[in-house]
Design a protein around this ligand. Structure first.
Ligand code: 9MR
Length: 380
């Protein structure tokens, strides 16, 4: 079934009816989650904290909150659980913003997954970490800092969080090596640091799915990154480290207007990677899906078509793996996507990476996701 090309409009019309039906508290799932739920899947999105009513991708923005409650069966904090947000100093925690997000999610019966317990790169740790004095017994001090962080976060949220990106982006895509931080240098290297993170998470949140999350992808230029991630996953297995699944971030990049041709070229290598991951016993989670509309003309209709077709083809490949249960988008609307600030288009046209446009209208990408969910085999 190719809904992105043939049935896109009728699919959107059908969903609009479902959306309209919502509005009462504890209503049945609507929108994308209703399609996902019918297959035993969950469709989710990142969300953030902001002051009430601010024009941001936050629960406190009614327009954004409406998209979350309409389409999502799962949420993930975009930034508020990171060390940079939670750890102003080595001895303090700042939970207020993330607590508010959890309270809103709970009030709306939306589960939340944790992102992340350790983003293992110097530039994504808090400033103080790289110059931190680990004292006369650095191994012990570094272990203590990491164990205290993970244990404190996991215990605070208990069984309300059932999946964690325990370690995020530890592999350098340039040479497949593991990044070092001041923390890992003190602790005796990256492997013992990452291993300790997972062992600690298992102890502090024995109920939770523990995920290694990274952005190795299927586009050209990712082979070294994929190899590095496979090596890391093999190491985890060999050392008996409790890692349950790999988070495939899925920050996709279009390669041209003919998505089909691109996918035909990329699919084989990508499946070999996913096959190697799943053969080791790891599960799969699509954790941060969005699309950079590169190598496409300015024309919005052409870009949206290519983004939608690329998304549909990608999700069809991913959803063919029975081990995939959760698909999370890195934002619902183009209005708040990180991509606009991180990598604007050369022609200055606004990026179109998400299922809703900047005016909160569903785009062809929305129908593509709906189509992929509708076509997926049911999970047991
Ligand atoms: O979208 C996030 C952006 O708002 C932050 O400034 C940035 C740094 O914290 O992180 C972005 O999210 C990243 C995620 O945490 C990990 N994978 C890549 C995401 C996009 O850069």
């Amino acid at each position: 079934m190719d809904i992105t090309r043939r049935g896109g409009l009728s699919m959107l019309a059908g969903l609009a009816v479902a959306m309209g039906a919502r509005g009462t508290a504890a209503a049945a799932p609507t929108g994308l989650q209703s399609l996902a739920g019918a297959k035993g899947l969950r469709l989710g999105s990142s969300f953030g904290w902001a002051a009430k009513g601010a024009d941001r991708g936050s629960f406190a923005n009614p327009a954004y909150a409406e998209l979350l409650t309409r389409d999502c069966g799962l949420l993930v904090p975009e930034n508020e659980m990171k060390w940079q947000a939670l750890r102003p100093t080595p001895t303090s925690f700042a939970f207020a913003k993330f607590d508010a997000m959890m309270a809103w999610a709970d009030a709306n019966s939306l589960p939340v997954r944790g992102h992340n317990l350790l983003w293992h790169q110097p530039k994504w740790m808090p400033r103080w970490e790289e110059t931190h004095d680990f004292g006369a017994t650095p191994v012990r001090a570094a272990e203590q800092l990491l164990v205290e962080h993970i244990t404190t976060v996991c215990q605070r949220y208990g069984t309300r969080i059932r999946s964690y990106d325990v370690v995020n982006e530890a592999v350098n895509p340039k040479d497949a090596s593991l990044y070092q931080t001041a923390l890992s240098r003190a602790l005796g290297g990256p492997e013992p640091t990452l291993d300790l993170a997972f062992h600690t998470a298992r102890r502090a949140a024995p109920h939770a799915q523990l995920v290694y999350n990274d952005y190795m992808s299927w586009e050209p230029g990712n082979a070294t990154h994929r190899a590095g991630v496979l090596k890391l996953l093999e190491g985890f297995k060999a050392r008996g480290v409790p890692v349950d699944a790999i988070g495939v971030q899925s920050h996709l990049v279009t390669q041209g207007v003919d998505a089909r041709a691109t996918i035909t070229g990329l699919e084989g290598e990508w499946r070999r990677f996913l096959d190697a991951v799943t053969a080791m016993g790891y599960g799969l989670v699509v954790t941060e899906l969005d699309v950079r509309d590169n190598n496409l003309p300015t024309d919005i209709a052409v870009r949206d078509r290519a983004v939608a077709d690329f998304t549909r083809g990608y999700l069809d490949v991913m959803l063919a793996y029975p081990k995939l249960h959760d698909v999370l988008l890195w934002g619902m609307t183009d209005r708040y996507s990180w991509i606009e600030g991180f990598e604007p288009r050369k022609d200055k046209a606004r990026r179109r990476p998400c299922p809703y446009d900047a005016g909160f209208k569903p785009k062809p990408m929305y129908a593509a996701i709906a189509g992929a969910l509708a076509a997926a085999a049911p999970r047991s």
